[in-house]
Design a binder for this molecule. Structure first.
Ligand SMILES: Cc1ncc(COP(=O)(O)O)c(C=O)c1O
Length: 522
């Protein structure tokens, strides 16, 4: 056996590229959301691994027959779920080169180019985003390419924790408080839990529709003051630019202003919306980031960089290195590291081994150029405007929160007797407890009163979304905000064009016609 036989490598490699090219050409023919039942695969595959080799042709046949049906096609032009995971030829090729080299660049010496290219591209990206110089290597800060935002938040939270504990003593860890809003990504709560923050000390500060679900500085201030009164110690604030449910934009500058008076570490999580900030017209979304301590975005969401690639910048990388460095491992010692002239990225992250992610970012930036990337993102925003306009034209629907960027949050409203269809519990309001709403954002067991119309609307919208997704024609997902079930149409798949957006809206209307039994109001 020669697992790296170059003749076979070429032959099989070409086969796979051909296979993927055909896949992209025919991707619209697949149901976007996989329609398989749970545990479908183990019924189809043998219970034991093969003892003898099998030809690539057989493996690929099974891939097509058994694996593809269980795939939800994130690269489909009809994919509008969650946030996009936009891939590209450049992202793919960069990834392929990285996989081909298969180096493990945990420190500089283990592959100098892996580290140095990462230093270069993270600064390039920072420049394009117009990040303050203080976040760039050339300005005394620096950045790192991680797998996901969850890892970035975990790392920065550790720094925030250790900074405070160095002052008040590690025995006081139970007093530390982490702040976010009820729209903050669950990554923050999880990271807080992992690093030993008392779960009761995670503050999901309430937001409301009136303020477009943004975290209000006044609410942050009063929460902090209350915690101080109770002898607790503020530690970390996550400001979100582009929340997962509705793309709410927390006011970065004002929140930083509040936090700085209390020595709180501020991380700006712009996992989705950050990419848009390369466009001057959207850069205002992160105004004030110069006052934050760290900032991250996911290039694998909306920046044509194939999964995975979270870009994290810090003003003071040394604070991170101090917390995460592995100094007592003899086998990692080398003169380059000793010289302090190089970056050892193992000290910037939780894991030791790391992938050569910079290659794909380099490929994306060079293959497309910043101007094309800006236009690519703008195009998605324009398509979202088109979709939003179509929703507004149909009187049965409402836009639930004003559109920001390329996410449209909408729902069908139960109106007229036909919709109510005897199901409305006679105008009586219904109390839903936090648990029941937990798939959305109402947490902490907090009870919420929603109107009977909303109860009915939720039911109908849930049914509508199930019906749409069951068709396989498009895939959208939902969010719960203030107890209201919202359908999210997130435009950003690389292959999506206006015709797909228009078709998506037609699909929504057709399913609405069936579900609410009304003629479409065009
Ligand atoms: C605002 C925000 N933060 C964090 C995350 C988590 O990102 P990751 O999966 O890269 O950890 C997401 C994912 O959608 C997100 O939207």
């Amino acid at each position: 056996m020669n697992p790296l036989d170059t003749t076979e490598f070429k032959k099989q490699g070409h086969m796979i590229i051909d296979f993927l090219a055909d896949y992209y050409e025919n991707i619209s023919n697949y149901p976007v959301l996989s329609q398989v039942e749970p545990n479908y695969l183990k019924k189809l595959l043998p219970s034991f691994a093969p003892s003898n080799p099998e030809p690539i042709e057989t493996i690929l046949e099974d891939y097509q027959k058994h694996i593809i049906p269980g795939i939800t096609h994130w690269q489909s032009p009809n994919y509008f779920a969650y946030f996009p995971s936009s891939g590209s030829t450049a992202g793919f090729l960069g990834e392929m080169l990285s996989t081909g080299l298969n180096v493990v660049g945990f420190n500089w010496i283990s592959s100098p180019a892996a580290t140095e290219l990462e230093n270069v591209v993270i600064d390039w990206l920072g420049e394009i985003l117009n990040l303050p110089k203080s976040f760039l290597f050339k300005g005394g800060g620096g950045g790192v390419l991680l797998g996901t935002t969850c890892e970035g938040i975990l790392g920065t939270l550790v720094v925030a924790r250790d900074k405070i504990l160095s002052k008040i003593g590690s025995e006081n860890i139970g007093k530390l408080v982490v702040y976010g809003s009820d729209q903050t990504h669950c990554a923050v709560q999880k990271a807080a839990h992992i690093i030993g923050i008392n779960p009761k000390n995670f503050r999901a500060i309430k937001t409301n529709k009136l303020n477009s679900f943004t975290l209000l500085p006044e609410s942050l201030l009063s929460t902090i003051e209350n915690d101080l009164k109770n002898g607790l110690v503020p530690c970390f604030l996550c400001v979100t630019v582009g929340t997962t449910s509705t793309t709410a934009i927390d006011p970065v500058r004002k929140l930083c202003n509040v936090a700085k008076d209390y020595g709180i570490w501020v991380h700006v999580d712009a996992a989705y919306a950050g990419s848009a900030c390369i466009c001057p017209e959207f850069r205002y979304l992160i105004d004030g980031v110069e006052d934050a301590d760290s900032f991250s975005l996911n290039a694998h969401k909306w920046f044509l960089t194939n999964l995975d690639c979270c870009c994290l910048w810090l003003k003071d990388p040394n604070s991170l290195i101090k917390c995460l460095s592995t100094t007592n491992s003899d086998y990692l010692e080398n003169s380059a590291s000793d010289s302090k002239q190089v970056v050892d990225y193992k000290d910037w992250q939780v894991t030791l081994s790391r992938r050569f992610r910079a290659l794909k970012v380099w490929f994306v930036l060079r293959s497309y150029g910043a101007d094309n990337l800006r236009n690519f993102l703008r195009n998605h925003v324009e398509m979202a405007k088109t979709f939003e306009g179509l929703v507004k034209m149909d009187k049965r629907f409402e836009i639930v929160v004003p559109r920001k960027l390329a996410l449209v949050c909408f729902r069908i409203l139960p109106y007229g007797k036909k919709v109510a269809n005897g199901k409305v519990p006679n105008g009586e309001a219904k109390l839903l407890n936090g648990k029941k709403l937990a798939d959305g954002k109402v947490t902490n067991g907090e009870a919420k009163l929603i109107s009977s119309e909303d109860v009915v609307a939720n039911e109908i919208n849930r049914k509508l979304l199930d019906s749409i997704n069951g068709s396989g024609d498009v895939y959208m997902t939902h969010a719960m905000v203030e107890g209201v079930f919202v359908i999210r149409c997130a435009i950003g798949a690389t292959l999506t064009e206006e015709m797909h957006v228009i078709k998506a809206w037609k699909v929504v209307q057709e399913h609405a016609d069936v579900i609410i039994g009304l003629e479409t109001v065009h």
